[in-house]
Design a protein around this ligand. Structure first.
Ligand code: 13P
Ligand code: ZN
Ligand code: NA
Length: 283
């Protein structure tokens, strides 16, 4: 069965590695990250955004992820990424999600606390992990668009207070990364990660994983980031492989052929990211 991501992330935080959390949009993408985890004996978080939940249906996604967990015997959690909508969170938990993110980071602190607490009430009772966000991660993720000027770094003291007030198991503090590919290098505030990690013992989540240089990922993980989210790079790898096939073979019409290199590309990239996270062999 699928498991909650709480214990696997606590183990990661304690032992200074991160679990790769991969946003998937198709069955082949899901199978690709599962094969990557199986081949490397890594713990795995399969994620879907609200847009993907609406596209595929939470029950279809949960069914596929459950098959993956049962077949491989690996520690696999299924996570709902960046959700602002309470009823949808409840729906996903009912469908079998074992981890959910309530993203109320666009609201003032007190309202973020209230909205997160409300999710904690339903999720904790179901043994489901809860992730919340403080500060605002820049860039575009589904319908959540945060202009560079409106991106806001998380305040370390507020992180501590937020955990005390909500009891949330996992925290995503904005520390300078952004969703999507960076123009140039990201501007990660490592001192801030260190400060937050010194005040908060909960696993921290690194959003905006696509495009972060390898050394910076390793540094962020060493400082306490216990989950790394990767979305955009996987989509690009998947789509580029399909584009290449159709460029070379415009007449191709068999998904069982053109999906194969796309799946392989996602699998290879997921293994690379798992190496950076240091989670290989930790299943
Ligand atoms: P990227 O699209 O930059 O990989 O960000 C992923 C993410 O944070 C999903 O929540
Ligand atoms: Zn994110
Ligand atoms: Na990014």
């Amino acid at each position: 069965p699928l498991i909650s991501s709480t214990a696997m992330l606590q183990a990661a935080r304690k032992n200074k590695y991160a679990v790769g959390a991969f946003n998937v949009h198709t069955l082949e993408m899901l199978q690709a990250v599962v094969e990557a985890a199986a081949e490397t004996q890594s713990p795995l978080i399969i994620q879907s955004t609200v847009g993907t939940v609406k596209h595929l249906g939470p029950d279809y996604i949960a069914a596929a992820a459950t098959v993956a967990a049962n077949r491989t015997g690996l520690p696999i959690a299924l996570h709902l990424d960046h959700c602002t909508d309470f009823p949808l969170i409840v729906q996903c938990i009912r469908a079998g999600y074992t981890s959910v993110m309530i993203d109320a980071s666009m609201h003032p602190f007190e309202e973020n606390v209230e909205r997160t607490r409300k999710v904690m009430e339903v999720a904790a009772a179901a043994g489901v992990n809860v992730e919340a966000e403080l500060g605002k991660v820049g860039g575009v993720e589904d319908d959540i668009v945060v202009d560079e000027r409106d991106a806001l770094l998380a305040d370390p003291e507020e992180c501590k207070l937020f955990i005390e007030r909500t009891g949330v198991f996992t925290l995503a503090p904005a520390i300078g990364t952004a969703h999507g590919i960076y123009k140039g290098d990201p501007n990660i505030d490592f001192a801030r990660i260190e400060r937050i990690a010194s005040l908060v013992e909960q696993p921290l989540v690194l959003h905006g994983g696509s495009g972060i240089p390898a050394e910076q990922v390793k540094k962020a993980v060493a400082l306490g980031m216990a989950k790394m989210n990767i979305a955009t790079e996987l989509r690009i790898a998947f789509s580029d492989a399909i584009k290449d096939i159709f460029k070379a073979h415009p007449e191709e019409n068999d998904p069982r052929k053109y999906m194969v290199p796309a799946k392989d590309a996602v699998k290879r990239l997921a293994i690379e990211k798992m190496e950076l996270c240091g989670c290989i062999g930790k299943a």
